[in-house]
Design a binder for this molecule. Sequence first.
Ligand code: HAS
Ligand code: CU
Length: 552
Amino acid sequence: MINSAVKLKVDRRDGKLVMAQIYVAFIALLIGGLAGLLQVLVRSGRFELPAGIGYYQILTVHGVVLGLVLTTFFIMGFMQACVSITAGTFTNKQRTIAWIGFWLMTIGTVMAAVMILLNEASVLYTFYAPLQAHFLFYLGLTLVVVGSWLGSAAIIMKYAQWRRANPGTPSPLLTFMALVNVLMWIVATLGVAATVLIQLLPWSLGLVETVNVGVSRTLFWYFGHPLVYFWLLPAYMAWYVIIPKIIGGKIFSDSLARMSFILFLLFSIPVGFHHQLLEPGIDAAWKFLQVVLTFLVVIPSLMTAFSLFATFETFGRSKGAKGLFGWFKMLPWGDARFAVPFIGMLSFIPAGAGGLINASNQMNQVVHNTIWVTGHFHLTLATAVVLTFFGITFWLVPHLTGRVLTKAINKLALIQGVLWAIGMTFMSGAMHAAGLLGAPRRSAFSEYGGAPQAAEWIPYQVAQAVGGSILFLAIILMLYIFVNLAFFAPKGEEEFPIGEMSTHAEPAPMVFENWKIWMGITVLLILFAYTIPFIDLIQNAPPGSKGYNNLW
Ligand code: HAS
Ligand code: CU
């Protein structure tokens, strides 16, 4: 079935391309992790930043470097590896395009990073106007996006080539999933490209005096929400396809996996308003519509949870497990390639529940702009997704460098995962709790010119610092593991685990690959959810604000 066309090894030339991106991702982990440590220490109120470094500056480093750089580089590399091994080695032309993409992304990253370090771009990672950065920061991030389009183009070209060569056969599942993610990414990044090119760049160059802030935030969130699923879907690729193989089980259903990815394509984009529920300028009816669509996009995650339980249970029972939860004991707890992503899955249960709370219009009033939200995305992105990426690293890096994951490193990897779980329980738990008490996010406290601290938040801020310090230790351990797997582990062959279909599953219907239908519905839903609100935001921009409407 899906495995018949699978080669056993990623081509060496493709492997270099993938590794280049993974190197950048881990450098980002080091820098971003350090910034994170400084942040929790400052917030504990017991530490001052040296050398005139600003709180918002390190916050921007942390958000941009981990939220945008680590993720985009790792994801591009991982997806390219998946496509290369399941749909075939990239042609020279495809690989060259991907390399140009890599270099554009890298140059862009350096430009943005330099401007942040010079304190010319302390605009947080959502770069909300009217906060303004140096134009080189915006230009740098534009290059990152354009570079990622080229990396995506290589994936699309490979898919098209495979499609032509195999008419009437469903594409390999991992390739299909990577394709959906890049299609979603391209449609989503049009929003951020629009605000950067048409609004923020001309404004930061002084060509226009002001920008329509409502429009710029709306365009950002048109991109910002699918951005979080662009992070999530590669983790889902591993959960659906890689994990079953690692535990020695089977993929529960190929069709269900494809269907959930298609639902992400359709419903990820027209939901950005759930980040703007408290913003003026958008009619409540449109906010309501997007809240409803947000609850629709929860369905493919529930399908994923169902499918994972089914995989685990079927596997356990095949090993003779009895009772409701007997299968749980049968899972390979000593294998870091499974156990570390599993911690991620586990954290995604409360993380997802928190998301539902955020999305519920009334409850959003309680949590919005509090540090609860920071707690939410440290469970989703910084635990569920990131621990899955680490789990992938444990086999992908040695696979590509011709080395093996030794028993000793596997053990360290398990310790790393457990440390992460402990650190994050403290940090994210305290963030959720302090958020409910009203502690603001993204706010330096009084000594940095921010809000005064309420006494009742302080114990939670200390717990955050404790958790954050444990997380920093885990990051150091992870970097050690990465360097070992990339340069020092013994030579050998490490498997690229790709799950096989359960024999009970039906083959996937070809309608899943009718991109005219899926892209058509995607565009229609976007137009439906956004056209009138955009017209409103542009036509009803506050009158009399000098130059406010210079731009839209
Ligand atoms: Fe979110 C804010 C709503 C998912 C990331 N989110 C953020 C921000 C980030 C972020 C970065 O509606 C802050 C942005 C900023 O800086 O302002 N989020 C949701 C909803 C979901 C959701 C409804 N978010 C994510 C994911 C992220 C992410 C995924 C990153 C990867 N989020 C919001 C809202 C806000 C928000 C509002 C704005 C808040 C505000 O006011 O500013 C859903 O997609 C979640 C669905 C998930 C589930 C869980 C399914 C569980 C699974 C695991 C199964 C486990 C197994 C193993 C099988 C329903 C799949 C267990 C085995 C055992 C034996 C137990
Ligand atoms: Cu969102």
